[in-house]
Design a protein. Structure first.
Length: 302
């Protein structure tokens, strides 16, 4: 694996997803080292990024989640430093991280997505009017991942509480009409859509606890849907991935309502990378081991 030179795995960071990133980074680092790659861990929240130059780092595997690591910020810094890195570039990272702008792009490209509105913390809102228009809704801070700050609401009071909590994370909050149905994700690797995964949770939706803290979440990979639905969702996911300018690897989340209609939720450019995460799960179903997966992601920096 000498073709990669010395590799730094960026992990941790200072976002709300720091703990998840530490776990992803540790798994990636272990896999790279097992594959014979000269890799070290590097936490930009604890070290100056310019130290990468002093360490003679030749390329970077980004395992940072959330703000600062998944939003184009670290990508821009690495571009300036002339260090190749994994995953999407500055624009793709920034757009994918912004749920509001993603929705605008999906809508303009006529990709199916749930009806929505955007609430600005500085402009106020009429919770009753929103509930009257959309009924039950999902509230999402525009620039957070791992379902942080998300909540469902069916009444004006629930929506008010959910928005006030979301404003702790972001001044722009996406409010989507609730979709009753099944939740899916499509992992992307080198422009290829991997097997579809369905997530089922008794918690109401696939929130932070369902992802990381409880054992009641069920995963089905490949998902138990027809080949026609599988192909439709994979094509839709690739369109969304390309639309925001994402590249290399990532994940696209979607819902399917009771009538079989798919709705795009969001694009993730640095999704979780523990051995139990969704992208490794999809890769395994394709016959790609975790070690092979991280090497293939790193290969795209050559």
């Amino acid at each position: 694996m000498n073709q990669f030179g010395k590799v730094a795995v960026l992990l941790g960071g200072s976002s709300a997803e720091r703990e998840v990133s530490l776990k992803s980074g540790a798994a990636v680092l272990n896999a790279l080292q097992s594959a014979g790659v000269d890799a070290i861990a590097f936490d930009p929240a604890q070290r100056n990024l310019w130290e990468l130059k002093g360490l003679a780092i030749e390329r970077v595997f980004i395992a940072l989640h959330g703000r600062g690591g998944e939003d184009g910020t670290i990508q821009g810094a690495l571009e300036y430093m002339g260090i190749p890195y994994t995953g999407s570039g500055v624009l793709g990272s920034a757009l994918a991280m912004d749920k509001v702008r993603c929705k605008h792009l999906f809508q303009s490209a006529k990709l199916s997505t749930a009806p929505y509105t955007v609430v600005d913390a500085n402009l106020g809102f009429n919770a009753q009017a929103i509930i009257s228009e959309f009924g039950k809704v999902m509230v999402k801070p525009s620039h957070e991942g791992s379902s942080i700050g998300m909540a469902q609401a069916s009444t004006a009071q629930e929506l008010t509480d959910a928005l006030n909590n979301a404003f702790k994370f972001d001044e722009h909050v996406l409010v989507e009409q609730w979709i009753t149905g099944r939740e899916f994700t499509v992992a992307m690797l080198a422009d290829e859509a991997l097997p579809v995964i369905e997530m089922r949770t008794p918690r109401g939706f696939y929130d932070y606890e369902a992802k990381y803290q409880v054992n009641s979440t069920q995963y089905f990979c490949p998902a138990d849907i027809s080949q026609a639905y599988t192909s439709q969702l994979q094509v839709m996911a690739k369109h969304a991935f390309d639309l925001v300018g994402a590249k290399g690897w990532g994940r696209v989340d979607a819902m399917q309502d009771e009538n079989g209609q798919f709705y795009l939720l969001e694009v993730n450019t640095v999704p979780g990378m523990t051995e139990k995460s969704l992208v490794p799960m999809a890769a395994k179903a394709q016959g790609i081991s975790f070690e092979q997966l991280v090497v293939r992601i790193l290969e795209q920096t050559l």
